[in-house]
Design a protein. Structure first.
Length: 174
């Protein structure tokens, strides 16, 4: 019988994500507290589920009500926000003729939302320099973004006022 909490949760859930039921590789898994620990939730297994790191970052310290709303908004077709191929995911929710044209827009929006959620969740341990922020954002996406995509995400954080950069130091306004 698995002894680590994450291993136990994954065993109980049949190796699948609690939310989307897709196969969940252990390297991409994390423990999501349904009632966020930041909001007083406990570490009991009744309050914990296994899901991917990206979804955990997205849900962060949302209230239980807000988390349910995220799931319900998917109208029975819950899709993990971290999809290696956005076009393939869109084929399930949009007509094939529309999927290629809207895939880049949705992928960028999801990426931006995940970065903001991850940075909020980090609290006082957010990256302090532009170099570290860039490395952190790259790590969120398992280093699969191009340098141009990374730069675009950092630029968007700056353009939307989420960050300001002063002498390579990053100041947050999340």
């Amino acid at each position: 019988m698995p002894t680590k909490r994450l291993e136990r949760l994954m065993f109980i859930q049949g190796g699948a994500c609690f939310f989307c039921k897709s196969a969940l590789p252990k390297a991409e898994a994390s423990i999501e507290h349904l009632f966020a620990s930041a909001n007083g939730g406990n570490n009991n297994e009744d309050n914990c589920v296994a899901c991917c790191k990206w979804l955990n970052a997205l849900l962060g310290s949302m209230s239980l009500k807000d988390k349910f709303q995220v799931v319900l908004n998917q109208r029975g077709n819950f899709q993990c926000p971290h999809v290696a191929d956005a076009s393939a995911a869109l084929e399930h929710v949009a007509p094939p003729s529309l999927a290629p044209s809207i895939a880049p827009t949705i992928a960028k929006e999801d990426q931006f939302s995940l970065v903001v959620a991850n940075l909020k969740q980090r609290g006082s341990s957010r990256p302090k320099t532009l170099k570290t922020l860039t490395s952190t954002v790259a790590a969120i996406f398992s280093k699969k973004l191009t340098p141009a995509q990374l730069a675009a995400l950092i630029q968007r954080l700056h353009a939307t006022g989420k960050i300001s950069i002063e002498d390579e130091k990053v100041v947050y306004a999340l």
